[in-house]
Ligand binder design. Sequence first.
Ligand code: X5A
Ligand code: ZN
Length: 693
Amino acid sequence: LTKKMSTGIIYDNRMVEHKCLWDLNYNEKPERFTSILQRCEELQLLNRCLHLKPRAATKEELLMVHTPEMISILKNTAGFSDEGALEQLSSKYDFLYIHPSTYDLSLLAAGSTVELVSNILDGKIKNGMAVIRPPGHHAMKSEYCGYCFYNNVAIAAQYALETQGLKRILIVDWDIHHGQATQQMFYDDPRVLYFSIHGYQNGAFWPHLRESDYHNIGRGAGLGYNINVPMNEIKMGNSDYMAIFHELLLPIAYEFNPELVIVSAGYDAALGCPEGEMEVTPACYSHFTNSLMGLANGRLAVVLEGGYCLKSLSEGAALTLRNLLGDPVPLIQNLDAPKRSAQQAIMSVMYVLRRHWNCLQHLEEFNVQEIKDPMNLPENKFWPRIEFVGSDEKPETYATRDICPAQDPKVAAELDAQLDALIASTCLDVQPNRVGFTANPAEPIVAQLEIIQRCHMIQTERSQTSIAEETSGFFRNLIGSILDGKCRSGIAIVDKSSENLIKTLKYAVDSRGTKNVMFIDMRIHPDCEIQRSFQEDVRILCASLYSGLALDDVEFVGLNDSKRYIVNIGLQPNCGDAEIFSSFFRVLLPIAYQFGPQLIVIAADSSGNISAEGFGQIIHLLTSIAGGRLSVTFENSLVINSSLSRIKSCVQALLGEPIGMPGEIHHRLDATSVCTIRTVNKAHNPYWNALQF
Ligand code: X5A
Ligand code: ZN
């Protein structure tokens, strides 16, 4: 049996020492660090992690991305007790304070990030989180900036490239500020895909740089490997961020196929953060995290950057860690259409990158009217500073107090109450068994699947009457254990599933009162009977995603009041993972998120053109929804090798173990499939407003 790999955590208690001596209310304050650890402790997450030993970065490591002056200037301040001199030096930089401990702690922050990444690459841990300060993503080659001294994430990425020979690293920067420094460091490098979602406000949002806009997509060999999603409005929330993940980040990430994913994890886009003024809920960070965990064999390093509302920061960070540990992803509700300006940002990014990424090619016939011209922006008072990097326009001194406008106390109290309610309603139950398993007892396939031993057997009485009856008992017990909270998810290998699926779905909604269930038929011949049984039932969404003979019109969306609850994605028999992934990201996943089911039931078999890995990845991505309550039924009529590997990959996904990557998603999409996806998308977008693209 393979050993279950753990989640690492790295931090150093000395990191509370770094503080602003002349402005104790400065946003980047020690309580950020303590509140995160305290929340992780409360949720009993720390004792489940492998604790890595923090260490200082070496000079060689720093010099991989910084100049020698970046070391010496700060080194000269170490232990220095003249507060006035520290304040004066700090004023030379854009948003910065230096404390006598800053030099040592910046080295520790950078070194700990390298340590986290190297432990992941050595296979000592599966994934992990660095709870560190000072943060890093604004620290440029030779300029401290934005509370940052050394670029922790960039150093760790460069370390992975240079000493471990990695060829593809994905850096996701979900901090509300653009990590301009990280962008600069890898701008020419196709080995590092930098993807940042940040506030922009047409340049009015700090750091006020033109280089943060969407048209900056890399240079030379690195062209296409720098992606900025700038947001020009405040109050962006879960719907906007999930759209960015589904429409851009995930398709591109899967096509890029990284060997390592590093997150510049700021929590300043979270609800309540006065810096970001955005509205991402803490639970949404679990979704971000989970959706990246299928990549790179699960090698994911989450590194703290910003986040200045202690409540949403600590909750968001704790839920991120909890997700790394494999706990279920909390539900996020009330997803809506992304805001118009978020849609514009997404479309602008698609437009500039469409020639670089196959997954964006469906946008050839783009409505260019929708795209803002990055060179022709409205006036704003920051433009003189906008070419800040490498220009002489830099001001002599900067403010040394934090000038983030004080929040209206009434608004702050409301936000606080809203956060308390959200935190209280986040379901924290962890089921005693991760994956339930059931099969016809004599089923030979079970003996061939070692991985099944890691599942929880669900005992079922053998039926004396018929196989159909027996199967129906299996299903009921499996779904029952999931709904009872005994198992998080389940898998069944059975005969004669079709007629029993209808009974099972009815059992879930009628007998168990489940509010809504999503059924996904991924078999080569989806069953018309199932769809017909529920075509007028708003509680059950019946989707099919298959590559075989057309089941029904792909434009059919259901009848009467339940229009929208039938989703048919019938792809060409010659399609493969690329087309299936595209339909999944562009249609099925956004609909699934918006539907927000309490339970997902999937019917699968061994046919169709999806690879075992592709299938596992889709199952993994679906575990974000419905709190992970997902059951997969495999038809065993065709017990062949391809079904063995598909079942294995599926169980791996349900167990939270690394799943491989589908091989074939790097080619242009089959034109007919693109057409089908577009048709289904068009048929459904009057009903599901998440489908805007
Ligand atoms: C790491 C980070 C932000 C600096 C903001 C200055 N820096 N207004 O979030
Ligand atoms: Zn930030």
